[in-house]
Design a protein around this ligand. Structure first.
Ligand SMILES: [Zn+2]
Length: 306
């Protein structure tokens, strides 16, 4: 069992993308069928079951086609599609905010979990330090390594704590309360995690020189860590693992970890996958929508072919 599985684009997706790039219509239809359900579930979680949520999903698929020449296959296709959709939803909400009386509610109220802390308040924006691309890549490498090591040792409870501490930004005592654990135990896990991260940084410094190390990176700065965690989906389970959790087939520490990732962390991408998997009936109803998306987007495919 592994985490962070949506990275990188797998062979099946890579093959599909190659076919789409050469203008093959059936491949484009296949990609829509494969990803529509989870994207639609994501849009519904933000916008409700409305025509608007169908529209933004359609815009996201068109957005994918028009950006296809720039798609980097080192990235996860699923995460890339979610990020386009997130952008389209943001655009839509900004449009709607300009005329809020027409809709009668504040779109910000729809946000929840980690997503609710995502927008920068002025003080957060002031505190936020932009990392260089290289620093950010190194941060991803060491965080991923820490998580991989813990998965290998089956330390799911520690991963759950680390996720709540670093990603959600909860305090030790809140993590302890949520997990029914001693506050000292949480402090110990945090201490050991930070010590491991520093060891990795030291290794990198030895191997690649001082310039490569992360001396300036604020490991405790919540906004930056949370953004990187979400963008790189450091602790997102595979879709198949979410499916097993839904059926209650996983061992207890995994089941609890996934529950926490979905409910406490409130990962919208995994929730969308879960909702999509939980509603097989919706798939049949989606077939018509998928056809419409195909028909309305296929014109953009030929434009990317040349
Ligand atoms: Zn997730």
């Amino acid at each position: 069992m592994t985490l962070a599985a949506p990275l990188p684009t797998d062979d099946a997706d890579r093959y599909l993308i190659a076919q789409i790039r050469s203008g093959q219509l059936h491949a484009w239809k296949q990609l829509i069928d494969r990803y529509h359900g989870r994207l639609a579930a994501f849009a519904r979680s933000r916008l409700g079951s409305t025509g608007e949520s169908d529209d933004v999903v359609q815009e996201a698929f068109v957005g994918f086609l028009t950006s296809l020449p720039h798609f980097d296959e080192a990235r996860s296709l699923e995460t890339y599609l979610f990020s386009i959709l997130r952008y389209k939803i943001g655009e839509y909400l900004a449009r709607r905010k300009r005329a809020p009386e027409a809709f009668g509610f504040d779109p910000d109220e729809l946000a929840h979990g980690v997503e609710a802390t995502e927008s920068d308040t002025p003080s957060r924006a002031a505190a936020r330090r932009e990392l260089s691309r290289r620093q950010e890549q190194l941060l991803v490498v060491i965080l991923r390594r820490l998580i991989d090591e813990l998965v290998e040792r089956q330390k799911l409870e520690e991963i759950q704590m680390i996720e709540l501490l670093f990603y959600v930004g909860l305090r030790n005592k809140d993590v302890a309360a949520r997990m029914g654990r001693d506050e000292k135990a949480v402090a110990g896990v945090k201490f050991r995690a930070l010590a491991r991260l520093r060891e990795y940084v030291d290794e990198i410094r030895e191997r690649e020189g001082a310039a490569a190390a992360l001396d300036d990176v604020p490991l405790s700065e919540d906004a930056t860590i949370a953004r990187i965690w979400r963008e790189h989906r450091l602790t997102c389970p595979k879709r198949s693992t979410l499916g097993s959790a839904l059926l209650g087939l996983l061992d207890d520490p995994w089941q609890r970890f996934i529950e926490s990732h979905l409910e406490t962390v409130g990962c919208l991408m995994c929730r969308a996958n879960r909702d999509d998997l939980a509603q097989p009936a919706a798939a049949a109803a989606d077939a018509g929508t998928q056809d419409r998306i195909f028909q309305s987007s296929v014109g953009f495919l030929s434009k990317t072919g040349g």
